[in-house]
Design a protein around this ligand. Sequence first.
Ligand code: PLP
Length: 434
Amino acid sequence: MKKKTHDNSADTLALLGGKPVGRVQSPPFPQFSARAKRRVVELLDTGHTVGLGKHDKIIREAEDAISRYHGGLYCLGTSSGHGALQMALAGLEIGPGDEVITTPFTWGASISCILHQGAIPIFADIDRKTGLIDPNSIEAVITKRTRAILAVHIFGQPAPMSRIMKIAAKHGLVVVEDGSQAHGATIGGRMVGGFGHAAGFSCMGGKLLATTEAGYMVTPDEDVYWKACLLSQHMGRSPDAGFPDRLRPYVDSLVYTYRLNPVNAVLLTEQLKKLDREIEARRTNVDSLRENLSDSPFLSIPIYPKTVRPSFHLLTMSFNARRAGISRDTYIAALKAEGLPVFSYVPAPIPDWHRLHWKGYQGPRILWMDALKRNGIDYTKSEVPNCRYKIAHSVEMGFNFTRPAPRLMERAGEIVRKVDHAIRDLRAWEAGRQ
Ligand SMILES: Cc1ncc(COP(=O)(O)O)c(C=O)c1O
């Protein structure tokens, strides 16, 4: 049952000059334990600021903890999520000319990791409610050059991995998961990052497992792990136990500098200890918000199958613009003015972005243009109607509510009720602006 703390639904909207309901503000994020801070100072005091692999005990401690979290997968800590994803592709030897099928609805780094390998992103379509890649649209874009599928668990929602893995097996493809927004999300009790052949995760300061800037790659395949190591940092982790002799001739410093530093390794170790607790609180808060929004005719939270447990890095919702008779942007403006921190996350389908179009491109020179041109890639032909729909109707909300926050979720419901109640005023306001 929806909770009514105060019925202000007849009040003038803040967007139209009335008094706002009040901020639905999460506490500062990320927060670090006293132990984490003490350990960072210790590293700085002792000059322990570089660590090149598992022979460094601080790096090993973090990577072992992450590996345990992911059920024993090999783990390579990195300086960013982008680096982790690129090294996942490198470890799988995805390279020049290979096509990688992926989503048009994500953060750009899910795509630029492919481009930085000289490979070609090819866009499938998405589900209109969740924004996750739609397996039905993957097979239509498979060609003889397709080598991989890169699935993104956007907003902490797990992509439909069992169907993706079936398609991959049928066509002999490898699968990379981008779990940057989805640490700890599960399908049938299995954690994302453990379905594909490799996965990359971001641990920058805004993510579920937040440090300053960091990431990690995980893989069930030892060979993939060492090949990724070889390219990710100087010496390619060759001093570590188990480094394969057959890779020794290729150890040098012709590498990317994607190494994890000990300061972030300590933060990873310490932050991981509270990750599950924080994810549970996020879930509790989404349940509570769902209840508070249950009467909204215009705004809804996706419903997930019972087996799926998102981790809610951000919350994605759908706005019914046809029923409301106003644009999504007007609705967002009204909610924001009342104090709800909502926005639209993806500005346009990625195949529309300027830096993927070599025809008529006037911007600064960029690594991948030649490859796109040589391969005759024309992204204007990408058919992603569901992605366009999602972008026009999507409402996202920052969701760093890492402790149960029933009052704030009630306030969010109050804001939505107030705006919904005044939808006629918003129609008039929008019409007056045209
Ligand atoms: C889905 C997704 N993939 C990749 C990245 C890249 O991570 P990073 O910024 O750590 O390189 C991010 C976040 O920034 C992301 O949200």
